[in-house]
Unconditional design. Sequence first.
Length: 755
Amino acid sequence: MREVFTGDGSTASKPLVSVVVPVYNHARFVLPAIRSVLDQTYRPIELIIIDDGSTDGSAEVVSEFQRTYQPAEGIEIKFSARENRGAPETINEAIRAAKGDYIAILNSDDLYLPSRLQECWEFLISQKARLVFTYVQPIDELGAELPFDHSWYQWYLDTLMKELDVAPSISFLLLSRNIAVSSGNLFFHRTVVSDVGFFAEYKYAHDLDFLLRCSLLEEPLILKKVLYKYRQHGSNTISEDQDAISTETIAIAKQYLIACLSDKCRNPVAPSFENWPASLNESVYQGFSPFLGALDALLAEPPASTGRKVAALSNLNPNNSLDGEITIVSHELSRTGAPMLVLELARSLKQLGLRVNVISMADGPLRAQFAASDIPIKALDSSKFIWWLATLGRVFHRIQHLPARLSRAFPVLANRVPRISPRAGSLSVRIGDFFLWLASATAVPKLAATIRGALLINSFASFPLAFQLLSRWSGPTFWYIHETFDPQILLRSGPARKRFDEVYQSKQVRLFFGSEATRQTWAQYGFDGFVRYWSGLSASQARPRTTPLSPRRTILSVGTSGTRKGTRFLLEAFAHARRHGWIADDVELVIVGCPPPSVTAQARDFMIRSWKSDLRGSVRLVPNVSAEVLEQFYQNADLYVQSSIMECLPLTLLMAMAHGLPIVTTEVDGCREAIQHGENGLLVCARQIEPLAEAMADLLKDKRKAEAFGRKARQKFLEKFSTEATVGAIATVLMDRDSRDAPIANAVRRSVPYD
C-alpha cells in the first residue's frame, strides 16, 4: 500500500478534493446535485462540471447557476460544455483537469449527504487505504426514499446481505454484483488512476471495470453508512439495454480473469483461482454473473467456417444392394459421439437399400438431420404426456446445475436463482430416475409395436429403454457396445445385471463391439460377441491433409470430456517438452471440444493451467465446433495426439488417420488396434508425461518419419476403418437371420472384407 496520506484533520492540512460531475440531459436534477456539493462540511473542494452534449438544456441551467453563484470560501467551480463523448471520457477529461489529491465523482442526477467527503477522507486516512465507497439511499424522481418493496431496493438490500454474510471479500462480490452501484459513489486518491489507468470506454459498466482493475492491486473499502443518494428514474442509463449491459459485464469480467490468470493480481483477497479456489468454484453453482459468461468467453474463438461442406457419403456397394428392415435404438439425439454414430450408420444402411427407422430415449437436435435423410424416427417423449414425464425427469437430473445454466443463458436473472445443495442434488437425481422410468414404461408398448426387421441397440447407455423393448420383442436383436468399462461397473444394480444376463443367455441378443479391446473387456465377464469397426467416414470424406494454413506448427487433440481423455497429462507433457527445449516456442497446442468452464470444473482447471507462464500463449482451448470447422483444424494440424487413458476406438483418432496426420497415441484399448508403434505412429503409456513429451518432440523434429507415418495411417484407415470397408460387414450380419445361433466366427468371416 502506498503511504500517501498525512494530516491531522485541520483545515490547513486537509488536501484538495476534486469533485467531478459529468452532466448529460439532467436539467431537472443537476442543480440539486451541485448544491449537495456546496453543502459539504469538507473544504477545500474543486468542483469540475462538464456537460457532455446535453440536448435538454442542462448546459444552460448550469451556466445560469454559475453566472449567479456567489463564490464560497474553500470552493472553486469550473464548468465547460462540448459535444457528446460519453460518460467515461467526460469523467476522464475532468480527472485530467483536476488538481486535487483526491477524486470524488458525482452523477448529475444523484446527491451527496453533507458529511460525505469529510467521512470518506477520514476513513481512508484511518485505514491507510486509497479507494472507498459507501452505502447508498435509493430515491425517486422527486427525491423521496424508495419503498422497501421496490425491485431495485430489494436487489440492493440483498447485495448488502451478501456482502455481510456470503461474499468472501468485497472484490469477490463485484464479480457478481456492483455493490458500489455507481461511479458517483467512488472516492479515491489520484494515485489510483496512475496505477490502474482511467475509466474505460464502457457505456454502462465503466465503474465496475474501474473497481475490478483496482481490486487487482488492493481491496476496495466500503464505509457502512448511507452518504450517497442514488436516484431511480425513467432515464437511468442502467435501465436502457440489459443485453448490452450483460455483454459489457462479461467482457469486463473476462479481462479481469485474464489479468488474474496472467499473475497480475496482487490483492491477496481478490477473487482469483489461487486466492479462492474453493469459493470461486462454489460461486459458479450459485449462479454468479457475469463470471459464468466470462469463463466460457476465455475459450478460444473457433475460426469462421470456410463454407466448405463435409463431403456427402459416396454410394456404397452399388452392385450389392440388400433388402430388409432395421430398427436402431439410440439413448438420445444430441450432437455427441454415439448419436452421431447412429445417424451415419442409418444413412449408410439406407444407401445399401435397407429400410431404416430409429427409436430414441430422448428427442434432440439430430432429429432434423434424420428427417433430412428421410429416416423415420420416434422418440420416447414424442407424446405430450410422456414428454412432460421425460422432461421432469431430465429437469430433476440437471437441477443441481440449473443456476449455472440459467446464468449462462440469462445473466440478468442469475442472482435470483437459489443455491442447490449437494444433498438436494442427489435427491433430485433419484426423482428424475423415477420420472424417466415412468415415461419409458408408458411409451414402450407403442414404441415396441413400431419395431421392424432386426433390432439394433446402439451403446450400452440405451439399456433403460432396451430392457423394456426386449420384454415385448422376440425378433433378431443386436447390441452394439462402445463402452470399454468393465460390465460390472456399468451394471452395478442387481436387477440390471440379472436382466442383461437373461437376454444374453437366452441368445435373444447378440453383442458386437466397436473394438477388439472392448470385446475382450466384456468377454472376461462372460459377455462375448464379435467386432465391427465404424468411423462414419467414407473414402470421399477422408481427404488427405494439404499444406497447413496456420503460420505456427500445430499439435491437435480433439475431445476433453471427462478424465479418460487424459487432457491434463497432454498439457503437462507439452509444458515439459517446452521447458527442455524439445519443442520450439513456435509450436501451438490446440485442444478442441473443451466443455464450458462455467459448468465443468475440470475445464476450469485446464484453463487455469494453460495460462501459467510456461504455457501462456501456446495453448488454445476451443469449445465444440461444427463438422466443417473441425475439418479445418485437422487440415491445419502438423501432429495429432490422443492422450486417452481409456477408449473403445475414438472417432477423432480415426479422423486423424483419414487426414494422413502423424499420430502419437496412448497404447490403450482400441487405440493400439489403429496405430502400431513404429509403423504408422507412436504409442506411449497412458498417464506418463515424459514419454508423451518425447514422442511429440520426435515427430515434430523428424518430418520425414512423420510424413511416412501419416501416409501409412491413412492407408490403414482406408483399408480397415472407412465406411466402404465396414458398413457391408455390419449390414450383412444384421440381415443374416439364420446366423443367430451359428458360431460367431463364421458369421464374421463371411461378411468382413478386410479379414
